[in-house]
Design a protein around this ligand. Structure first.
Ligand SMILES: [Zn+2]
Length: 339
């Protein structure tokens, strides 16, 4: 990506091992993330460009001398952040704060919308999948690199549990995975807030019990009506805009919680006084998806959840620029890339 709306596919030098703890992964499946759309809308032109993509499944092609748990040929899922798996934060399950960690698709570490990717801290980062490279479950397995883990993190941060009422702000892929996560954790009432018929339909199949298509004040009123006037116990904020955060806090009942995973586009937090006087907990951040793979994987393998259904378009690598356009124009929910 060279700037807003400027995505190009280029031939670059092959990815290769740099550190002895690296692995080289041939990408079999990647995707375009909702968070890739923020730079797609706003990035200043940059001559060096940024190699995008932080979600992938692939096959290990080479490993550094100090890699212990991976071997050539392993089919692996790559979380959007790399992490050593051994530091104090990794032990606490917060891999996105790893002291040796970082993020893919940045100016420092090249991204996975590519034929191959160098994976730092390979032992801690990569998770070996017990399937072949062309397994039918691949789309769902790919979501473990970001969106499914992120939706789950929103639900955890929002303290979703049995018999709770939940609202999901945002009908993108993460919001839809948030619906899956809320149901999986036993929520009784799940309100999806969105208006695109195809997304709302999928949300219902994933377990949403109510739909709120209104916005702003009307949306807040509608959620209160659906919850005996009090608001919901748990709100999953999956957008990151001022308006969505404001709505999220306003629809939380007193003592409730907002789990936010939409990357905030503002420095300040909206509705801070409302949150304070209602004792609403606001937490969340970049999801430690590496920590969640073990918990979510059995449900994917045994077909209890099907997060891969968020992919409604598949492109080849050379078609990636059009994939960005399709997602930006909300023509596609989420685009999978098969290099
Ligand atoms: Zn760590």
């Amino acid at each position: 990506m060279y700037g807003a709306s400027d995505v190009r596919i280029e031939i670059v030098p092959d990815a290769q091992l740099i550190e002895s703890t690296d692995a080289l992964v041939a990408v079999t499946h990647a995707c375009i993330c909702g968070s890739d759309l923020w730079p797609y809308k706003t990035m200043q032109h940059n001559d060096a460009g940024r190699r995008m993509g932080h979600e992938a499944v692939g096959v290990v092609e080479d490993v550094g001398a100090d890699v212990r748990t991976l071997k050539v040929g392993d089919v692996v899922v790559m979380p959007f952040a790399f992490s050593d798996g051994t530091c104090v934060f990794c032990h606490e399950g917060l891999h996105t704060s790893c002291i040796h960690g970082g993020f893919f698709g940045t100016t420092e570490v090249a991204g996975a919308q590519a034929e191959a990717v160098r994976v730092p801290q390979a032992d801690g980062t990569l998770f070996v999948l017990p399937v072949g490279r062309d397994d039918a479950l691949m789309p769902s397995l790919l979501t473990l690199s970001d969106v499914m883990g992120t939706g789950h993190h929103a639900a955890v941060a929002a303290k979703v549990g049995p018999r709770k009422s939940v609202a999901v702000v945002g009908d993108g892929a993460v919001g839809l995975c948030g619906v899956i996560a809320a149901r999986r954790l036993g929520a009784e009432q799940i309100i999806i807030m969105g208006r695109h018929p195809d997304r709302v339909a999928l949300a219902k199949e994933f377990g949403a019990t109510h739909v709120v298509t209104e916005r702003g004040e009307e949306a807040i009123e509608r959620v209160r009506e659906l919850t005996g006037g009090f608001g919901v116990h748990s709100v999953l904020e999956c957008v990151g805009l001022e308006q969505s955060m404001l709505t999220a806090v306003e629809i939380a009942r007193a003592g409730g919680a907002v789990g936010r995973v939409g990357v905030p586009q503002d420095e300040t937090m909206p509705a801070s006084q409302t949150a304070f006087f209602s004792n609403v907990t606001v937490s969340g951040g970049p999801a430690p998806v590496r920590a969640y793979i073990e918990e979510l994987l059995p449900d994917v393998l045994e077909g209890r959840i099907e997060p891969g259904r968020v992919f409604d378009q598949v492109v080849r690598l050379e078609e990636v620029p059009d994939g960005y356009r399709a997602m930006d124009e909300r023509e596609a929910i989420k685009v999978m890339v098969e290099p």
